[in-house]
Write a protein that binds this ligand. Structure first.
Ligand code: ADP
Length: 799
């Protein structure tokens, strides 16, 4: 049900010169009594000041909008009263158009606030899809955001627009047209809409209507101007035509004025019908619109038709053959001058409703830029010729109606966009307050003007306790430090980014990462300091933990290194001791052996060497030589560790060396036999004679030593794969398998050796392996328990 809007025209003498039936109905005054009535008697109880307002509108020429009428006379609802001065072509104020429209309780200039939590979606959609340009700018004129609708109007890309100010787009002649609007806006006054020309990017000129409002920040500051930009070139063009027509016919001017105030399509339709009826003396009229499906026509407003006809034609297919649907479909008016014409062209309609009294019909398309929105129909209770002037008049009415319908649609979008902008700000406020980072704004006295919940929590005080108070009052210990930073921001105008501060002074164990930045007003003047605070306690704790772990790891590593150094030092001391001790032992030992041999020779020369004495001397020499060998081994081991065991290599025949060593070893063997097998050719290797001799001696003496029950020992030497292979096999105690991998370690002795009670210190094989290695060879051992052992040495053959 479209709201009823009442309209009356008030003249300079403050009397009603004309009024609509709705107006009469609203006031409860019979329509015929209205013309000539003193305006004072229109709303005596509700608005005793009506006459003053009318006089102001007549004098000032500016509309007075949306005055609330609290105690309506007729139906107990509330209304908004608006006064629009009507001007002639020459700019003379002819009178005031007074309209009453329903009022739902909200000020028209302040759109409804919806629940901010629901707001994000609709606003974006409206901003993106609105058929109207929406621009958000800073008071300095810089564009912050422009929607696709605006880009389409001015033909710029959004990025290009960001470099421009709205004013840059204005036609040079129109550049100051909006200065009054802006000035009023800044003074917080109602700013009337402005119509002016913009220059498109392609150089074309477009007419726009600018509606401006300030979008206030939550604290009442005015950070943005919201400008709604309607493309009105078509409308301007039509209005131009209308103005010409109005010159011929004042009614069109009134129509145009009335239409410009009709906010809904239904209001537009009823205004148009009323004018059609009044101007041409029609008895009935209807305005129909093409439905979104494009297939049907639906009634927007109707007047003067009886109920049955109204219902029959409230909605019908566009394809049906009727004057209205034909006019809408073809974009051409249909004129039926009389019943006969109707019977001829629409015989089915004539049969359906055969009238007796003469009638005429006019049906006109409502078209905007070739786009048909619907149709206007008028019914006359007489035959009509529809002369050229009437046809032109009705065509103009239809054109104005189409424009007004379109504008009404845009106005709805405009209101929705304003409402959505408001919702978006409310939403922004909610979001900021609940953001996980702390935010605050301080004025130049360092008083908190705004603070969100997060920062208030970090500060340890409710948000409300901050507002209007200086930081030093709230946090006397720590705020002086903060103030130094803020002072710096104010003095330099430069932000301080990424400060790490410890909140301990606030009595809370919080680490925060802080940004301070200058906040400027529209004119660039400093207003205060903005604060962004992030709680990084979690990160700090993790960092601390990592540091502690690193520290512990370092301590452990140091302890380990110290232990190793101590062990190395102990080994070094031991080796030094061994080496000194060995040297000290060797001197008396050499003397001992020498003296024993001398004694044997003297006794032998004197012929007094008895057999028992000779055996004793032999044992002394033998044991002293074993002791000497042991000392040599120990010395070698110590040399080896200190890198002093060196070999000097020259070609030698391994076979010959082997025979010599075996011959020496054989002497004195009683329970052991040694067999030698040497492969044909000479086995020449580049080797150190003494050291290789030491290797052979060692392997052979071990073979003897670890065969305590005697047995045969087989020594083989042969060439294979470019190497001389030398093996020593015994039939002794053998080696436990688990001992084999460690056999060549220094001081290692196999458990089998201990079990068999064979003495030793575990250095011989250690030295042997090193000598073999230094010759570029390898040494291996195989053993099956109690089946003896085979030691195999390979040395590369000299080429
Ligand atoms: P030592 O004989 O002084 O103990 P070696 O370095 O010469 O030291 O030998 C290391 C160990 O290897 C010996 O203690 C012994 O257990 C084992 N071993 C060496 N040769 C033989 C062998 N022919 N038969 C059995 N065990 C052996």
């Amino acid at each position: 049900m479209p709201p009823t809007i009442g309209t009356a025209l008030i003249d300079h003498s403050l009397r009603v010169s004309a009024a609509s039936a709705e107006f009469a109905g609203l006031l409860g005054i019979p329509a015929e009594q209205l013309p000539g009535l003193d305006a004072r008697s229109l709303l005596p109880a509700a608005r005793p000041d009506l006459v003053t307002l009318l006089a102001a509108a007549l004098a000032g020429g500016e509309p007075i909008l949306d005055i609330v009428v609290e105690t309506p006379p007729a139906d107990g609802r509330r209304w908004l009263l608006s006064l629009h001065p009507l001007r002639s072509q020459a700019g003379v104020t002819l009178g005031v158009d007074l309209t009453l429209q329903p009022y739902d309780g909200r000020p028209a200039s302040e759109p409804a606030r919806a629940d901010p939590h629901q707001a994000g979606g609709p606003f974006r959609a409206i901003f993106e899809q609105a058929d109207i340009g929406i621009v958000l700018a800073r008071p300095s004129g810089e564009l912050v955001a422009a929607n696709p609708g605006f880009c389409a109007i001015v033909g710029y890309e959004p990025e290009e627009l960001r470099q421009l100010r709205l004013r840059d787009l204005a036609h040079p002649d129109d550049r100051n047209l909006d200065s009054d609007q802006l000035a009023r806006l800044r003074l917080n006054e109602h700013a009337p809409t402005v119509e002016q020309r913009y220059i498109r990017k392609d150089g074309g000129v477009v007419w726009v209507r600018l509606t401006r409002s300030l979008v206030r920040g939550p604290g009442g500051e005015t950070p943005f101007e919201l400008t709604l930009v309607q493309h009105i070139s078509d409308y301007k063009h039509a209005a131009e035509l209308a103005r010409q027509a109005a010159g011929r016919n004042e009614r069109l001017q009134a129509l145009s004025a009335a239409l410009s105030r009709a906010l809904t399509p239904e209001a537009v339709a009823s205004v148009v019908i009323q004018i059609g009826l009044d101007a041409l003396g029609a008895t009935a009229g209807t305005v129909m619109q093409i439905d979104p499906d494009g297939a049907t026509l639906s009634v927007l407003a109707v007047s003067g038709l009886d109920e049955a006809v109204r219902q029959r034609w409230a909605k019908f297919p566009l394809a049906l053959a009727t004057p209205l649907s034909d006019a809408a479909r073809r974009g051409e008016p249909v004129w039926l001058e009389n019943l006969a014409a109707r019977a001829r062209i629409y015989p089915h309609l004539a049969r359906e409703t055969p009238y007796t009294q003469e009638r005429a019909w006019a049906a006109l398309p409502l078209a905007l830029n070739q786009h048909v929105l619907g149709a206007l129909g008028l019914v006359f209770d007489r035959s009509c010729d529809f002369d050229a002037e009437e046809r032109a008049f009705l065509s103009t009415v239809a054109a104005l109606c189409a424009q007004a319908l379109e504008r009404a649609r845009l106005t709805a979008a405009e209101r929705a966009a304003l409402a959505a902008a408001d919702e978006a700000l409310a939403l922004l406020d909610t979001v900021i307050d609940s953001a996980p980072i702390g935010l605050a704004f301080l004025d130049l006295d360092f008083r908190y003007r705004r603070i969100n919940t997060t920062l208030a929590r970090i500060n340890g005080l409710p948000a409300a306790e901050h507002i209007g108070r200086r930081a030093v009052e709230l946090h006397p210990q720590i705020a002086p430090l903060w103030e130094r930073y803020w002072q710096q921001v104010i003095e330099t105008g430069e932000p301080i980014i990424g400060l790490e501060l410890d909140g301990l002074a606030l009595g809370i164990s919080t680490y925060v990462l802080v940004d301070y930045y200058p906040v400027r007003g529209a004119g660039g003047e400093l207003l205060g300091v903005g604060i962004i605070v992030q709680d990084i306690s979690g990160r700090k704790a993790a960092e601390q933990e990592r540091l502690q772990l690193l520290e512990r790891e370092r301590a452990a590593r140091e302890a380990e290194e110290a232990a190793r150094a101590r062990a190395e030092e102990a080994v070094r001391l031991r080796d030094a001791f061994l080496s000194v001790a060995a040297h000290e032992l060797k001197t008396p030992l050499t003397a001992l052996i020498g003296q024993a041999q001398l004694l044997r020779r003297r006794l032998s020369q004197a012929g007094t060497l008895e057999e028992a004495n000779e055996r004793s001397i032999a044992i002394v020499v033998d044991q002293a030589q074993r002791l000497n060998q042991l000392i040599n081994d120990l010395l070698d081991g110590a040399r080896l560790d200190s890198g002093q065991l060196l070999v000097t290599r020259s070609p030698l025949d391994l076979g010959r060396l082997l025979r010599r060593v075996v011959d020496e070893q054989r002497q004195g063997l009683v329970r052991h036999s040694i067999d030698v097998e040497i492969g044909g050719e000479p086995l020449i290797v580049a080797g150190d004679n003494t050291r290789l001799e030491q290797v052979l001696q060692n392997l052979l003496s071990n073979a003897v030593k670890y065969s305590p029950n005697g047995g045969s020992i087989l020594v083989r030497a042969y060439a294979a794969g470019g190497c001389a292979v030398l093996s020593v096999r015994d039939q002794g105690i053998g080696i436990d398998p688990e001992a084999i991998p460690r056999l060549f370690e220094r001081f290692y002795r196999a458990p089998s050796a201990e079990r068999a009670g064979v003495g030793g210190v575990g250095v011989g094989l250690y030295v042997v392996r090193e000598i073999v290695r230094q010759h570029g060879g390898t040494i291996d051992v195989e053993s099956a328990n109690s089946a003896g052992s085979i030691f195999t040495v390979t040395l590369p053959l000299a080429s």
